[in-house]
Design a protein around this ligand. Structure first.
Ligand SMILES: Cc1cc2nc3c(=O)[nH]c(=O)nc-3n(C[C@H](O)[C@H](O)[C@H](O)COP(=O)(O)OP(=O)(O)OC[C@H]3O[C@@H](n4cnc5c(N)ncnc54)[C@H](O)[C@@H]3O)c2cc1C
Ligand SMILES: NC(=O)c1ccc[n+]([C@@H]2O[C@H](COP(=O)([O-])OP(=O)(O)OC[C@H]3O[C@@H](n4cnc5c(N)ncnc54)[C@H](OP(=O)(O)O)[C@@H]3O)[C@@H](O)[C@H]2O)c1
Length: 544
């Protein structure tokens, strides 16, 4: 379906008009024509309802004022609370509230723009919010099903007119990856550490991509072949079963499909293949219920093991799985310090549920499965509001426990390179924390070296498991409250990177307390002060 005369117009030029055969009732067609007229700031045609007119009941288009301050935009808030805050708001705001609120960029959008793209019909995939997982995709599905079908069609029309999807530049969008070469993944935690963190190096010299400190690196992992083989064995399916598109079933499982959290559709499929209590349970799990309190334990293999033996057709089975998604990592190198290379700081995710060891797909792909010189599909995710200050003399305070140190290693090496070229750089203060000093002090030697050159002015550490009580980065910030306040007064920019759910919120609370205690502000005044820092891009977060 097309819209006639879609050229933006002024004066006597024609306004956009839906074709007569567009599948809308007359009142809705008139209203949509009015919408286009308003959208493009032209005078309404005779018979076209003005934008301020009453909406047809079926229109369902989100035109209500949405210039609220999105009170649900808080990654620490549970989805139920977020949806309550968005109640009664236009659809695109409720879709926004359903997102995980991390603005992490994994979906290729921000939370708000992903919601708007879904609402407009530009984006149709409802499963892109990685941190929101099934909770978010279920809520998005429910909300979008509530839209009257005519509104969905109408929004699809709007999409073609108002917001065509721009083709991206190769290497700068998840849909347009390029190839980089894996070099190494060196362990940076001690043998006795509970963590397996890796310093990962890629050669990007032939990839055509570049980056600045603060950007993230997207990469397309593949599944552990051993996990794919376990799935094949549980289904008693032949590895070489041909899949449409010319791949074998095994290769499709390794390269294209997510074998993590079991999708609702898989439980649905299983419910048609089993009977009795197992069927009742599968049906409940498919609806997002958790009758036996074990819903979180089901990855794809666990479903086959728990409900099997079942032997679904391989293609039908694959249709019930989600596509394998790329993962993002904060870049921990500087293009000035190590040109042609790109570094990451990655925690290899491994955990056990019952008797089976489970592994994060991408982090163990990097840590265990990639051979040196292997090509990997990658892209740069440009940072939105996470960058070094334009003036290298501006002081910076960086708070990055665990792998949250990644972008700050990039910042520090960048400033060091700038300094070495003869440009003076401002003061920098890094708050780093981890479990134990002896095993988890990432980049200790480098940080000591950067301290000798002056690129790093102050390093403050917090070891959470070295003493009786847990000491976190925000405890150290409070201890140094007067100095932190002095730096803020001197114009320092504050950066936080790492865990979104608890750490980032706790660090913000500590900063508010520091402003109140040392800036002689009321609690409300201190909160406003931090909000102003954020608005002035002097408080920036990269959390996940
Ligand atoms: C902007 C951004 C920057 C990031 N930067 C970094 C970085 O610098 N370094 C870094 O290491 N990561 C970073 N991440 C996280 C990274 O993208 C991946 O999410 C992470 O590596 C895990 O991916 P994976 O594929 O290995 O694990 P997945 O296969 O995605 O598995 C992870 C999932 O496993 C489950 N899980 C994990 N642990 C447990 C447990 N103990 N018990 C039960 N279930 C569990 C959870 O459901 C979790 O979501 C960043 C994320 C974003 C969005
Ligand atoms: N999506 C994923 O699967 C995935 C994978 C990897 C990492 N991540 C996220 O990335 C974050 C970073 O992981 P990481 O392994 O580098 O380190 P981490 O688990 O965040 O731990 C780093 C340090 O932070 C401490 N910490 C715990 N809670 C804190 C809080 N509320 N405030 C301040 N510090 C706190 C930890 O202490 P204790 O542990 O001793 O309490 C530890 O000393 C994780 O927290 C996680 O949210 C996600």
């Amino acid at each position: 379906m097309t819209v006639q005369d879609i050229k933006p117009t002024t004066g006597s030029q024609p306004v956009p008009i839906l074709p007569d055969n567009a599948p809308f009732p007359p009142d809705q067609r008139a209203w949509l024509n009015g919408f286009f007229a308003g959208l493009l700031s032209v005078e309404a045609l005779p018979g076209v309802m003005p934008l301020t007119g009453t909406l047809p009941a079926t229109a369902g288009l989100a035109l209500a004022a949405d210039d609220d301050d999105a009170p649900w935009h808080d990654p620490a808030m549970a989805i139920g609370e977020r949806m309550t805050l968005a109640e009664g708001k236009p659809m695109k705001r409720r879709l926004f509230a359903a997102m995980a609120q991390q603005d992490c960029g994994q979906c290729g959008y921000l939370c708000q723009t992903y919601a708007e793209a879904l609402e407009s019909g530009v984006e149709t995939k409802q499963n892109l919010c990685a941190p929101g997982g099934k909770e978010t995709s279920r809520m998005l599905k429910k909300l979008l099903e509530q839209s009257p079908s005519s509104a969905v069609e109408a929004t699809a029309v709007l999409a073609t007119v108002a917001a065509p999807k721009e083709p991206g530049k190769p290497g700068y969008a998840r849909d347009l990856p390029v190839e980089a070469t894996f070099v190494s993944a060196t362990r940076i935690t001690g043998e006795a550490s509970e963590k397996d963190a890796r310093h990962v190096v890629f050669d990007i010299s032939q990839s055509g991509i570049d980056y600045v400190p603060g950007d993230s690196f997207g990469l397309m992992p593949t599944n552990d072949p051993a996990l794919a083989d376990a799935v094949l064995a549980a289904m008693r399916a032949p590895a070489d079963f041909p899949i449409q598109g010319g791949k074998t079933f095994r290769d499709a499982l390794i390269q294209d499909y997510a074998l993590g959290a079991a999708p609702d559709m898989l439980f649905e499929l299983v419910s048609y293949m089993v009977g009795g209590d197992r069927r009742v349970k599968a049906k409940a799990l498919a609806k997002g219920l958790d009758p036996e309190g074990d819903a979180a334990t089901y990855d794809v293999l666990a479903v086959l093991e728990k409900f099997g033996p079942i032997h679904p057709d391989p293609e039908a089975f694959l249709e019930c799985l989600e596509p394998l998604q790329p993962r993002l990592y904060s870049i921990s190198s500087s293009p000035l310090a190590t040109p042609g290379q790109l570094h990451l700081t990655v925690d290899a995710v491994r955990y056990r549920i019952g008797s089976r060891k489970r592994s994060g797909v991408a982090s163990t792909f990097l840590a265990e499965r990639l051979e040196p010189a292997a090509p990997v599909k990658v892209y740069i995710q440009k940072a939105h509001g996470f960058a070094l200050p334009a003036d290298p003399m501006t002081p910076i305070i960086m708070v990055g426990p665990g792998t949250g140190i990644a972008p700050f290693r990039s910042f520090l090496w960048h400033r060091e390179a700038v300094r070495a070229q003869g440009t003076p750089v401002g003061k920098s203060w890094l708050f780093f924390g981890h479990q134990r000093e002896a095993t988890d002090f990432f980049y200790r030697d480098e940080l000591e070296q950067l301290a000798t050159t002056g690129a790093l002015t102050t390093l403050t550490t917090a070891w959470s498991r070295d003493g009786e009580a847990k000491i976190y980065v925000q405890d150290r910030m409070r201890e140094h409250g007067p100095q932190v306040w002095q730096w803020l007064k001197a114009g320092a920019h504050v950066y936080v990177c790492g865990d979104a759910k608890r750490m980032a919120k706790d660090v913000e609370t500590a900063l508010i307390e520091i402003a109140a205690d040392h800036g002689s502000m009321s609690p409300a005044g201190a909160k406003d002060f931090i909000a102003e820092l954020k608005a002035a891009a002097r408080y920036q977060a990269d959390v996940y």
